[in-house]
Design a protein around this ligand. Sequence first.
Ligand code: GLN
Length: 525
Amino acid sequence: MAKVEQVSGIFDTILVLDFGSQYSHLITRRLREFNIYAEMLPCTQKISELSWKPKGVILSGGPYSVYAEDAPHVDHAVFDLNVPILGICYGMQELAWINGKQVARGEKREYGPATLNVLDKADALFNGVDHSIVWMSHGDKLNGLPTGFKTIATSDNSPYCGIAHESKPIYGIQFHPEVTHSTLGKTLLKNFAVDICKTEQNWTMENFIDTEIKRIRELVGPTAEVIGAVSGGVDSTVASKLMTEAIGDRFHAILVDNGVLRLNEAENVKKTLVEGLGINLTVVDAADEFLSNLKGVTDPEKKRKIIGNTFIHVFEREAEKIKPKDGQEIQYLLQGTLYPDVIESISFKGPSQTIKTHHNVGGLLENMKLKLIEPLRELFKDEVRHLGELLGISHELVWRHPFPGPGIAIRVLGEVTKKQVEIARKADYIYIEEIRKAGLYDKIAQAFACLLPVKSVGVMGDQRTYEQVIALRAIETTDFMTADWYPFEHAFLKKVASRIVNEVDGVARVTYDITSKPPATVEWE
Ligand code: GLN
């Protein structure tokens, strides 16, 4: 795995050590919201292996009990950094465990809101947050003060709601400031990062562009070449634009037209990327190859595998053809990995949690002996969108709905043929066009049409028809983990259904999918 030490050496950084709380990434989020760069690493991180020095360290919450035999513990070298430390929930219990072992199971669990009562009003950590509501989520508690600490805040149920070291800037809080239920939690995190750690608030996308371009230039050097796949989606477009800004035509983008892209997609991507953004792009028409490999296949998992493998094959073949002017070999592969993928892959919780392989690109590295370059690996999705807008990428592209790698192949249920893809594509095009016209596109997280492998009887112009069925899907969600179907007006659905049946040959009926996730998934296959 590549090292996660890129931006952290350049921007003032708060290090978040993750003990496995479901909220850990929110700590990083909140800090970035007020322009402080924060990076999350597993709690088992060896401090001596960091190539940069954090301005402060936050120990997150976690599901374990510090006194349990297999509980995770922090590298004690963290205290030798001599920077401020804030322990949150498990993080505070860890501080207490290290300084006197006064932690045990509480008589009752505490979950939900509590009112914060600040004792030491002069302490910078609680500046402006006295009497606010804080969110609790714990079953263990401190039985007494850790050696060298004093109490600086209480709540009705927690006599040690906030503690601080007598002489060093080391703090512990029992509640979770990172969740929005803690009404002034963000202020508290800012107090810690800005006033106590003296971190500079310079994490802006404008600054990121400058430093990242510089970093890419240094990494790639004056002659090496980089290759990368683009899909027309926001991540690969933003990553490609950034590469182009950094090294110009030494970056080679490849769009593989697999025959199951959206209607007119290959042409549109070419126009946007080449004419609009000046990206050095090659479009490869491999539609026949993909469709012939998909012939006769109806199993969704098989379809996905075939598309992934064919992609690798085509991409490698095209990469071979790109011969840099000075006879250099291509050395790097660009990948649009985002921070949530990185967080997932560095989890300390064991192999089950590790790495979500984007097999499209994953297989390429082994075969091609390329080094990986991932300019978006520090960014959350909304940061990538912001970056895209700053790089001059259109609002429409930046806010595009996600599109699956296997494309329309998994939206044509049953066998994928050219004719079936055409039907699904046209229906999808009309549907999305109407959604845009109605001003609903940005309110919906994802919308698409599916072609079902069943036939149904209809009547058109007094003639009996016997044609297929289109199912429309539209969902609302914030994280795609759970989703609900979008409540369109009836008039809207009527209009779309009528247009699809009238304009798309081969469709006799349109239905609307009213299943949430769970139990259904977003895509049908
Ligand atoms: N597992 C610990 C407890 O129950 C810490 C919980 C947490 O960090 N949210 O007290």
